[in-house]
Design a protein around this ligand. Structure first.
Ligand code: FAD
Length: 460
C-alpha cells in the first residue's frame, strides 16, 4: 500500500509529487492524458505569448501616443507558429522534469475509485493510505453546438492549436479567459465579436471599476452586452450566428466560434460514489474549503478540481501543502494560506488583491475606499498609457489595507506589491512611510493611500 497516490499530473499534482518525494519514496502518480500541464500546454503560457505579441503590435500601431510616426508593416502570418514554438519550449521543460522521476512512480491512465483506499487504472488496482486528487478541469462545451459546428466550435483547449490566425472570430463569454483571448485576437487583426450574458467583464467586483473596464475595453473590442446567440449553424467554411439585438434578428458570419463560458471539474470521472454513495453529485461534495479534505477521509482535493480561484500559483501551493495533510493525517491543516492575488492580462490589466470589494460588502466589513484615477498620473502619461484606476480598501478601525482592485497598465506588478503589503498586515500609515520613486506608476498607490487617509482622518 502506497503512502500517497496523487491523481492528476498538472500544476497541483506535480507540485505535490515534488514535495512528497522529499519525505517518502512510497508514492504513485496517476495521470490521464498529456503530462505537460494545462498551464503550459493550453493555459497560462500560450495565452500570454499570444497576448504579448498582440500588445506589441498594438503599441507599434499606436506609437503616435508617444509622438512616433511609424511606417511599419506587420506580418502576422507567423504569430501562431511563435505561440507553438514557445508553448513547446514550456511544455518540454515540464516533460523533462517528469521524465526524470522514477518510472515506478508514474502510470498513464484514468484513475477511478473502487473504495476509499483503492483506485483502478487500466484494469489494475492500486491502494494507498491517502490520496491527493488534482484532476483539474476542462472548458464547458455546449454539446448541441458542438454537434452542429464540429471543428468550427473551439475552446481554449483548441485555439492555440490553430495553424494561422483566423480572419474573424466570435467568442461567447466575458470572463477572464474570454476577454484576454478576445482582446489579443482583435489586436492581432482578427475581427472579433464577444457575446456576453451580462454587462460584467473580467474579474473586477467594484461597480465603479466595472463600468470603467466596460467602457475602456469596449472601445477597442466589439462586445454585445446581454446578448447570446439564438442559433448557430455551419455555413460552408463559416459559422453563422443568429442573435437578437434591439428587438431585431441579426446575423454574423465568422470563421470560428470560441466558447469561454467557464470550466467543468474532472471530479465527475473518478467514481467517487464508490467511496460513499452520497458523493455521486460532485457539485455538492463535502469538501472543506480551507483544508481541502473530502469529508473526514485522508483524501485532499487541490487545484482547479475544486476551487473558486482557478489560479496556477494557488494550485501549486495547495498541492505542496496537501502532502503534509496526507502524511500527518488525522492532523489536518489549512491549505488556503496565501493572500488572494488574481491578475487578468487584459489591457489595461485588471487585478484583485486581498479581499475584493464584493467580499468586503458581503461580510459587512467597515472600510473606506482610497481611489486614484490614472488619466492624470505622471508616469502613465509619460508611457502614453494613462487609463483606468485603482481602488484600495482600508479597514476603518485598524487602518490596515484589506484589499484592492486595479485596472491599470502594469497592474500585475502593482498587485504583487499590494498583496505583499496585505500579507504583512500593514497599516496605511506604515505604507506611506515607504519610499516611492518618482516618476513611477507606484506613485499612484501613494495617491490612493493619501485619499484613504484623508477620509479616515475626517472620520476621526
Ligand atoms: C486559457 C487559460 C489561461 C490561463 N491563464 C492563467 C494565468 O495567466 N495565470 C494563472 O495563474 N492561471 C491561469 N490559468 C489557470 C491555470 O492554468 C490553472 O489554475 C492550473 O493549470 C490548474 O492546475 P491543476 O493542477 O489543478 O490542473 P491541470 O493542470 O489541468 O491537471 C489536471 C490533470 O489531471 C488529469 N486527470 C483528470 N482526471 C483524471 C483521472 N480520473 N485520473 C488521472 N488523471 C486525471 C488531467 O488529464 C490533467 O493532466 C489559465 C487557464 C486557462 C485555461
Amino acid at each position: 500500500m502506497y503512502d500517497i497516490i496523487i491523481i492528476g499530473a498538472g500544476t497541483a499534482g506535480i507540485s505535490a509529487y515534488k514535495q512528497a518525494i522529499k519525505k517518502t519514496k512510497n508514492i504513485l502518480m496517476i495521470n490521464e492524458g498529456p503530462w505537460d500541464t494545462t498551464c503550459a500546454r493550453v493555459g497560462c503560457m500560450p495565452s500570454k505569448v499570444l497576448i504579448s505579441t498582440a500588445n506589441r503590435m498594438h503599441d507599434i500601431q499606436h506609437a503616435e501616443n508617444v509622438s512616433l510616426i511609424t511606417q511599419a508593416t506587420i506580418d502576422t502570418s507567423k504569430v501562431m507558429q511563435h505561440v507553438h514554438d514557445l508553448r513547446d519550449r514550456f511544455t518540454r521543460a515540464t516533460l523533462k522534469d517528469v521524465e526524470s522521476w522514477d518510472p515506478q512512480h508514474k502510470i498513464s491512465g484514468r484513475a477511478t475509485f473502487i473504495d476509499k483506499n483503492t483506485v483502478l487504472v487500466n484494469g489494475n488496482k492500486y491502494q494507498a493510505k491517502s490520496f491527493i486528487i488534482a484532476v483539474g478541469s476542462k472548458p464547458a462545451v455546449n454539446p448541441k453546438w458542438k454537434e452542429t459546428l464540429k471543428d468550427k466550435l473551439i475552446t481554449s483547449d483548441e485555439v492555440f492549436e490553430l495553424e494561422t490566425l483566423p480572419k474573424s472570430l466570435a467568442i461567447v463569454g466575458s470572463g477572464v479567459i474570454a476577454i484576454e483571448l478576445a482582446q489579443a485576437m482583435q489586436r492581432l487583426g482578427v475581427e472579433t465579436t464577444v457575446f456576453a450574458r451580462s454587462r460584467k467583464i473580467g474579474s473586477l467586483s467594484s461597480p465603479q471599476l466595472q463600468v470603467l473596464a466596460q467602457n475602456l475595453i469596449s472601445k477597442e473590442l466589439h462586445i454585445k452586452f446581454e446578448i447570446l446567440p439564438d442559433e448557430v449553424r455551419r455555413d460552408g467554411p463559416s459559422v453563422s450566428i443568429t442573435y437578437t439585438e434591439d428587438h431585431q434578428q441579426k446575423n454574423l458570419k465568422v470563421d470560428y466560434l470560441l466558447l469561454a463560458t467557464g470550466r467543468t471539474t474532472h471530479l465527475g470521472n473518478l467514481n467517487l460514489k464508490n467511496i460513499d454513495s452520497s458523493f455521486e453529485d460532485v457539485e455538492s461534495l463535502p469538501i472543506n474549503k480551507q483544508t481541502k479534505q473530502l469529508s473526514d477521509l485522508p483524501i485532499f482535493i487541490v487545484g482547479d478540481a475544486f476551487t473558486n480561484t482557478p489560479i496556477q500559483h494557488e494550485a501549486a501551493h495547495e498541492g505542496k501543502l496537501a502532502v503534509n495533510n496526507c502524511l500527518n493525517y488525522p492532523e489536518v491543516k489549512n491549505l488556503k494560506t496565501l493572500t488572494p492575488l488574481g491578475i487578468m492580462f487584459s489591457s489595461p490589466e485588471m487585478a484583485t488583491v486581498g479581499q475584493s470589494y464584493k467580499q468586503l460588502k458581503e461580510q459587512n466589513i467597515k472600510f473606506i475606499t482610497g481611489l486614484v484615477h490614472y488619466e492624470k498620473q505622471g508616469r502613465a502619461i509619460v508611457l502614453g498609457k494613462n487609463k483606468g484606476a485603482i481602488e484600495l480598501y482600508v479597514d476603518i478601525n485598524t487602518r490596515k489595507l484589506l484589499g484592492a482592485e486595479l485596472l491599470v497598465e502594469s497592474a500585475e506588478h502593482l498587485a504583487h506589491l499590494l498583496s505583499w503589503m496585505i500579507s504583512e498586515e500593514l497599516r496605511i500609515d506604515d505604507i506611506l512611510q515607504k519610499p516611492f520613486y518618482h516618476p513611477t506608476l507606484e506613485e499612484g498607490i501613494r495617491t490612493a493611500l493619501k485619499h484613504a487617509r484623508r477620509q479616515l482622518d475626517t472620520i476621526g
